[in-house]
Design a protein around this ligand. Structure first.
Ligand code: GMT
Length: 375
C-alpha cells in the first residue's frame, strides 16, 4: 500500500504513535509518506520506503494567524495526486481530520477517491475537541472520515458521549516496539543516580496540567519517609518550574533530578523501579506502556483508558485522581520488598507484551484494507 500519514511531528504521544506506525509499515514493505510541518522527532533514519513532505506555511503581513489547515490540505492534494496514495491516515482530529476532508473534496474534482482514516488520541476529544471553539468541526470531520479509530475503549465511549457521531469507531490500542523498549543492563548509570542503592522512581511527561506533576512530587515525599529513594522527572513543560519550587518547599531537592527532554528514554527506564502517572485523564498512557516494556511497574490514576492498561495489583496499582496518600501507600507496598518488586517487574513486562507492535500492526493493516475495500 501507499500510505500518507499526517501527525504532529513532536514528542507528543500522538506523534510518537504515528511515526512508529509509519516506520513499522515501511518495514513491512509499504510505502509511507509523512506529511507534516517538520521532520517527525522519531523519524531519524533512512529507509527506502519512507518519505517526508514538508508543509510550509507562507506568511503574509495580513495574517495574524497563518492558515496552516489550508496549507496542509493543499499539500495533501499534491502528495495524494503525484505519489498516487491509496489511503490517508490522520492522527489527531484538529486540524488534521478537517484538512483531510477538504483535500478529499478537492481530489474528487480530479476523479480521485482517497479514503481517510482518522485516529483520535485523547486530548483532541477530552480537552480541546469538545470545546465549543472546535466542536462542530471535530464532529463533522469524524463523521466524514471513512474510518475512525480510538486508542482505547474509554476514548471511544467519550467520543460517542460528547459528539453526535454516526460513524462506527474501531478501538486499536497504542503499541510498543520491544526492539527499542526493553530492559538493558545500565548498572553504571544506576550507580550514578542512586549511589546508596536507593530505589529509583520515574515520571515522564510534557508537564502539562493534565499530568498532575505536583502529585508526583507530593507522592514521592511520602514514599521517601519510608523508603530510601530517588525521583527522576523526565520531560519539560509549563509546570516544571512550579514542581522545582515544590521540591524546595518540601526540602527534597537532593533526592529529585529534573532531566529535561531525553531521547534515550529506554535507558533511563531500564534503571528505574517504579513509574508514576497520576494524570487527571489519559486516553491510553503510552509513557506507562514504555515503562512496562522495560520491566517497570506502574502507579497510575484510574482515569480515562488507564484501567485498560494497568491491571490493578498485577503490574502496578491504581488510585483515584488526586489521592496521593493511597498512591504512595501502594508504591511503598511494591518497593519495600525485593521479592515483591521483582514479581511486579516481571508482571509489568508480561502485560506490556499484550501491546506488542507485532500484534497491533496487522490490526492497522487489516483496517486499512477494509476501509479501502469499502470505498
Ligand atoms: O498526553 C500527552 O502527553 C500527549 C497526548 C497527545 O495528544 O499526543 O497523548 C495522547 O495520545 C497518546 C497516544 O495515543 C496516549 O497514549 C495518551 O494517553 C494521550 N494523552 C492524554 O489522553 C492526556
Amino acid at each position: 500500500m501507499k500510505i500518507g500519514i499526517v501527525c504532529y511531528p513532536t514528542f507528543g504521544g500522538s506523534g510518537v504513535v504515528a511515526t512508529e506506525l509509519g516506520k513499522a509499515l515501511a518495514g513491512e514493505g509499504h510505502q509511507v509518506h509523512f506529511i507534516t510541518y517538520s521532520q517527525p522527532a522519531r523519524l531519524d533514519f533512512f529507509s527506502s520506503n519512507l518519505y517526508y513532505h514538508e508543509v510550509s506555511v507562507r506568511d503574509y503581513p495580513l495574517f495574524d494567524y497563518a492558515p496552516y489547515e489550508s496549507a496542509l490540505a493543499s499539500k495533501l492534494v499534491d502528495v495524494v495526486r503525484f505519489e498516487q496514495l491509496d489511503i490517508l491516515h490522520v492522527h489527531y482530529a484538529i486540524p488534521h481530520a478537517s484538512a483531510a476532508f477538504m483535500a478529499k473534496q478537492i481530489l474528487e474534482t480530479y476523479g480521485i477517491n482517497i479514503p481517510v482514516v482518522t485516529t483520535l488520541h485523547g486530548t483532541d476529544i477530552t480537552l480541546v475537541g469538545k470545546d465549543p471553539t472546535y466542536k462542530p468541526v471535530v464532529t463533522f470531520s469524524i463523521n466524514k472520515s471513512d474510518g475512525v479509530t480510538t486508542v482505547s475503549e474509554n476514548l471511544r465511549e467519550d467520543t460517542m458521549k460528547h459528539f453526535d457521531i454516526q460513524n462506527e469507531i474501531r478501538v486499536i490500542p497504542n503499541f510498543i516496539d520491544f526492539t527499542r523498549f526493553s530492559s538493558r543492563p545500565k548498572e553504571h548509570f544506576k550507580k550514578a543516580i542512586a549511589p546508596g542503592n536507593e530505589r529509583i522512581l520515574i515520571h515522564t511527561s510534557n508537564f502539562r496540567k493534565v499530568k498532575r506533576t505536583a502529585d508526583v512530587i507530593k507522592m514521592f515525599r511520602l514514599i521517601l519517609d519510608k523508603i530510601p529513594s530517588k525521583l527522576l522527572m523526565v520531560g519539560d513543560g509549563p509546570d516544571r518550574a512550579n514542581n522545582e519550587m515544590l521540591c524546595r518547599d518540601l526540602g527534597i531537592c537532593d533526592h529529585v533530578r529534573f532531566l529535561g527532554k531525553q531521547d534515550a528514554i529506554e535507558e533511563i527506564l531500564s534503571v528505574s523501579d517504579l513509574f508514576l502517572m497520576p494524570s487527571e485523564t489519559e486516553s491510553f498512557g503510552l509513557a506507562a506502556l514504555e515503562a512496562m516494556a522495560c520491566r517497570v511497574p506502574i502507579i497510575t490514576s484510574n482515569a480515562g483508558g488507564l484501567p485498560e492498561l494497568n491491571i490493578d495489583g498485577f503490574c502496578g496499582y491504581m488510585s483515584d485522581v488526586g489521592d496521593v496518600e493511597d498512591m504512595a501507600a501502594k508504591a511503598i507496598q511494591i518497593l519495600q520488598d525485593d521479592v515483591i518488586l521483582e514479581q511486579f517487574k516481571t508482571n509489568a513486562f508480561t502485560r506490556a507484551q499484550d501491546f506488542d507492535l507485532k500484534k497491533i500492526l496487522p490490526v492497522y493493516i487489516d483496517y486499512y484494507t477494509e476501509v479501502i475495500a469499502s470505498k
